[in-house]
Design a protein around this ligand. Structure first.
Ligand code: SF4
Length: 359
């Protein structure tokens, strides 16, 4: 094949015949592949954004048990919804899903729309998710192109176009749309996803000997896959430092609700303050009238575009300050959604329970 030919039609045409039978033989058993209704595919795709398959599995099962269909999601109490999502992060996703479920209930009489325009117009559904729902659940020839799929295609074609450039994705989508196999649209979409996840790996050596494109792929020889896909320059993350206070009073822990807008909106958190100077600790003590403030842990939490550096302090309060919710560790675990950014604070509480210092 010609090198660096990013629109090599003959290579695109080979893909379905190679990938679909390979997928049918090698696919993983995943819960969302059983009865792939639009609702089930949609929930899985939203959960899988930014999250590994293995991590999603228990969340998906729990979510489907609690909210098995669109009416259940549309009617769900927000606290229950957030609790089901706790630990997955990017909570905006699940709030958006509920908004979408309500729109479908009101505007489409509870039936998931089946045209690209209508699906794409729903909140929280971009090109990729629309493609996944329409091809997998409705059997339509609409590609779902994400980073995994782009990596596979770029490597097969030995194409060095920048995959962070939206034009690259658009170009790949146009070519893929033309070769979708009739009657096997869902399988073809999933075969590309599966190949990217299981064989043409993002980190480490791809498993070319097990790949259905073995012998044809433009990147296999000379280990060109080391240089492909090509990315643009990444924007650096903004770092912030926080002092987090795990304040306890007679076995209860102080938490508060975050504002309704912005990062981690509407979730629960421990009292915290952004570290602006070394006087922070003195300020914390003064604000809460605390005698001792013990540094228990330091932690880092990485979001897509920002990074939090946390110091977790442990302190006994003098009273139950009225601005906070005072809850037991058991309530924290079962009733309140604490974002994983505060995981280190939860670990401090768990340890205190073990050490019997929470009383
Ligand atoms: Fe990726 Fe290797 Fe398959 Fe090419 S042959 S698509 S580099 S796993």
């Amino acid at each position: 094949m010609k090198k660096n030919e990013c629109s090599e039609v003959s290579i695109y045409k080979i893909l379905p015949d190679r990938l679909v039978p390979w997928f049918e033989k090698n696919k993983r058993d995943l819960a969302w592949r059983i009865q792939p209704t639009p609702y089930r595919v949609w929930v899985s795709e939203i959960m899988l954004q930014q999250t590994r398959v293995e991590a999603v599995k228990p969340y998906y099962d729990r979510f489907m048990q609690a909210l098995p269909d669109l009416p259940a999601l549309a009617d769900a109490n927000e606290e229950i919804l957030l609790k089901l999502w706790e630990g997955l992060g990017y909570y905006r996703r699940v709030k958006m899903m509920q908004k979408t479920a309500r729109i479908i209930m009101e505007q489409y009489e509870g039936v998931f729309p089946s045209t690209y325009e209508n699906v794409r117009a729903l909140p929280g559904i971009g090109d990729y998710t629309a493609g996944a729902i329409l091809s997998i659940a409705f059997g339509q020839p609409i590609p779902a192109v994400d980073g995994n799929v782009l990596r596979v295609i770029m490597r097969v074609l030995a194409c060095k176009d920048n995959i962070d450039d939206p034009k690259t994705k658009q170009n790949v989508s146009i070519h893929l749309q033309k070769i979708y196999p009739v009657g096997k649209c869902g399988e073809f979409t999933q075969s590309l996803m599966e190949l990217g996840a299981m064989v043409c790996l993002p980190h480490g050596d791809p498993l070319c000997n097990k790949c259905p494109m073995h012998g044809i792929c433009g990147s296999e020889q000379n280990e060109l896959w080391e240089k492909i896909p090509v990315h643009g320059e990444k924007a650096s993350r903004v770092c912030s430092e926080f002092d987090v206070l795990v304040m306890h009073y007679h076995g209860l822990i102080a938490i508060r609700k975050r504002p309704d807008n912005g990062l981690l909106a509407g979730l629960w958190e421990f009292p915290n303050t952004e570290l602006k100077s070394v006087k922070n600790i003195r300020m914390l003590k003064k604000t809460f009238g605390l005698r001792d403030l013990e540094l228990k842990k330091t932690a880092k939490h990485v979001f897509t575009h920002r990074e939090w550096h946390l110091q977790i302090f442990w302190a006994e309060a003098k009273e139950q300050y009225p601005d906070y919710h005072w809850v037991t560790p058991e309530q924290l675990r079962t009733e309140f959604s604490i974002p994983s950014a505060f995981r280190a604070a939860i670990q401090v509480i768990n340890q205190a329970e073990k050490d019997k210092t929470l009383s």
